[in-house]
Design a protein. Sequence first.
Length: 316
Amino acid sequence: MAELSDSYVFSVYESQPNIELEGISFFNSSKFIFSRPEEGNRILFFLINRSTNLPVAKFSVLIIKDQAYSPWKAPYGSVECSRDIGHEAMWIFVDKILEWVKKNGISDLKIVHYPDFYNQTISEIIRDCYVERGIELKVSDRNQHLRVSTAIFLSVISSDERRRLNNCLKMGFTGEMANFSRLREAYDLLVRARRRKGYPEAMPFDELERMFLLHPDHYLLFTTMDDDKIIALTISIRINTDIVYNFYHADHEDYLNLSPTVMSINFVYGYCQENSIPFIDLGVSSLDGEINEGLYRFKRELGADDNHKKRYVWTN
């Protein structure tokens, strides 16, 4: 058990704090965590550098009965920290979190870590720290991401996807970062597409609409149009200055042979180029470690690289 040195302060918050870790990604930010209606208790932990009085690490959980989740119904939680944090500080922080968890009668702590490519070095430090402290690596899912360069999207994707995108362009389809007023129409298309593919239900419309209204700089809707009809969509979330996360995508049942989703992702790629964002997180392509071959192959044909997204469990 690492001891808290004179260099750091361990702080626990049960309400929205007046501090934030510099550069925190959106899903671990307090503005996101406290903008969602939850039934459990939100607990935020910070490791603060005494000399600067600034956080160097952050971790949050939602507690329901004796279960703690990081996150609860979000793509990821886990520890985020300053890029220059050392092993010792990380060990101290995790030890203090586990000490608090045990003291407060938590029987299970479930953690979804962000994809490794967000910060490979930090992810490896956190993995070693978790495992050393008895937080078991339960599942390593396959995650995929696109690198955004100055090259046009047509030159990045496979020949098959290039042909489909060119066909969409020849058909006169257009695309845009859509106005919020189109969200209901896009959502209805999303629901139909997810049901058709056997995917879990999308988040309720009222909740999605609320997040668009509360976080207009983060929630983005891209659409592919046939005249004034939405035939494909991508709902993306700006994670930080480096990453846009592909939250949902869907295409219209009458246009499946044209694969207009590729055109929507083309517009996301263009948005990232315009805003100097180097990565698009396309999300996981496996469930409990088992790869969805069709989804995985589709993303590979978009030019995606592989990485991993890990889930951890601690049991008292």
